[in-house]
Design a protein around this ligand. Sequence first.
Ligand code: SF4
Length: 685
Amino acid sequence: MNGVGKPDKKVKTTCPFCGVGCNYDLNIKDGKLIGVTSNLTSVVNGRLTCVKGRFGTDYVHSPERLTTPLIKKNGKFVEASWEEALDLIATKFKEIKDTYGSDALAAVSSARCVNEENYIMQKFMRAVIGTNNVDHCARICHAPTVAGLAASFGSGAMTNSINEAPQCKVIFLIGGNPTEAHPVIGAKIRQALRNGATLIVADPRRIELAGKAHVWMQLRPGTDIALINGMMRIILKAGWHDQNFINSCTTDFDKMADVIEKYTPEYVEDITGVPKHLLMEAARIYATAERASIFYTLGITEHICGTDNVMSLANLAMLTGNVGKLYSGVNPMRGQNNVQGSCDMGALPNVYSGYQAVTNAAAREKFEKAWGVKLSDKVGLMMPDMFDASIAGKLKAMYVMGEDPIRSDGDAHHVRKGFEHLEFLVVQNIFMTETGKLADVILPAASFAEKDGSFTNCERRVQRVRQAIEPIGNSRPDWQIIRDLSNKMGYPMSYSHPSEIMDEMASLSPMFAGLSFERIDEKGLQWPVPDKEHPGSQYLHVDGKFACGLGVFKAIDHQPPAELPDAEYPFMLTTGRILYHYCLTTAGYSKHLTEYRPEERAMIHPDDAKRLNIADQDYITVTSRRGTVQARAWVTTDVLPGGIWMSFHYHACPTNEVTMGCGDKVTKTYEYKVCAVKVEKTVVQ
Ligand code: SF4
């Protein structure tokens, strides 16, 4: 790949890795993907890409791709025809629905799949199976963003655009490491610094941008609310708040102001460990800037108080009037390539496409009329609830598309147990996964390079995914598989191209009504795009006119993490992503990326390493109340004493065997950012 001869053709498409949504050209020779080159017409990234986009797509031709349906017989997978596999699934799904009811089935949709596949999956579960039990991996990352920003602003998405970043005067980066997780946004933040911007970073780790920040607040994990409340109290006392904005555009300010009164700089220093002079300087820089922009990601959302963390950031932006204008706002950097789109398409247990609630009678009637069925008004199960329901004997079958919950969800033991209790499991993926090993039927799916569709990036831009090669082996695009299964189950679906699915979705979803493949062809469109003439929306809540009317201040108190270090488990583990990898499926099968960084390295502070007689590169054992993993030590002052930091990218070190099985009280997003562990040097026998 990359440099293997001259391509026969180049096909512009959208990157299948992170939520930045870079566009580039897939270079094709003899029907094979041989490399990736920049396409200067790409609106989001221009010539920029990161190592994953440039070199990681070789997974498409991995010899380990699933190429034919598999049915488990006597404990072993045997090859089957599509006819046989789909017949079996249709029969079992009908049987389980008839015996136990529609809510005994559930589906996991996929942020790796195109919008049209997410729409058709939620339609299949709702219209054909008759349940709202459909969810996807937003549950384990940015569900608190969707819930929190929707509660505060009326819309759960990035308020501004990626290409505003280089023009920002002040950037407040909290709980995010774009250099590694969203590299092209990281590059644009560095561009802003070169343009004279001031950067504030709040992060327990010395991430690359902390070294470039004017103020770095190294807060203890799980203390973001105290930090933000402390900043807001300083701003209020100094009179740096925007009274006009508060008066005319928001509500419930007084309740919030009452709660933050006790967050004196001393009290905040006590909770967060951040010296009060740094807190005061950060508050001054943010509040006195003409325009200041907040960027955050999973360091904010993956806590038991993830939704409250998000709403605290919304409070800070509204207090200073830093929302509803250019180079300002609250900007969640979404993780997966299409996690924004999967939420938008209604792959969630409580909403149809366009965030129309299943409990809203008018919305339900509209979809009933369009789909010709009676729909359930009962909110479905979130993913963690699915595993509990299975263990309790209430959920009998699951259909998992393009995800591997055993590797990606918190407390892998519990998730595995949930799958083991099912009567029937269907897994649809491009590779065999840990979850797939437990399946009764495996369906081989086509990768992003083998199908048409669209992804929506974190700035709400809906962009084209274009087929560049034929599906590998006997694999099929996910939307075709669901369509064919639906037909087998007696609910006719006749889509012949994903554009028809988008047209149906647009006709039923007011905020996406102006979308079509034709309109997104060149540059994509940023939603809301309410009609066919609308040019799309660069930024939201223009002039403080929030999607919900008035912006809502929330009164929020600090909440400690669910599990804190103690005598038995004295370390605090935080997990996250590294530059060279993405997730286990896809990037995990990239030869190039694996060569760059072949194994897990757990960060540990030199003081702790010395005490435990651990040298850099030694193998260490990390154990929590839930499980044990082994990794090489990376002795570094980048983490706080008492802290351990690991990624979750390696089959040989499945970090989620250790992480917490509980999470945010609103969205149930797992608390990946804090759990108590013990660390020992691994004794080699
Ligand atoms: Fe792909 Fe994200 Fe890298 Fe862009 S920054 S090339 S979208 S992984």
